[in-house]
Ligand binder design. Structure first.
Ligand SMILES: [Zn+2]
Length: 76
């Protein structure tokens, strides 16, 4: 796994091994997720696309009344 989104305030141990490359704030509840890449595969362009994908996923979870996960795997 090379890319994850991790909810802020969950403790640094969940972010271990990942380099932060972006942040996504959920419009529905204001929770923030940071996007982390494997330090060997940091890709800003990909992170921007993943941020957009994550915004959509978070909005869908609100529509379905589903809670956000603390950790979300991102597509490559
Ligand atoms: Zn939300």
């Amino acid at each position: 796994m090379k890319a994850v989104a991790i909810k802020r305030g969950q403790g640094q141990e969940k972010a271990a091994g990942f380099q932060e490359i972006g942040t996504v704030r959920c419009d529905g509840c204001g929770e923030e997720f940071f996007i982390g890449h494997d330090p060997a595969f940091v890709d800003k362009w990909l992170a921007d696309r993943q941020a957009h994908w994550l915004e959509t996923v978070l909005a869908e979870e609100h529509e379905r009344g589903k809670k956000h996960s603390d950790r979300i795997e991102l597509p490559e």
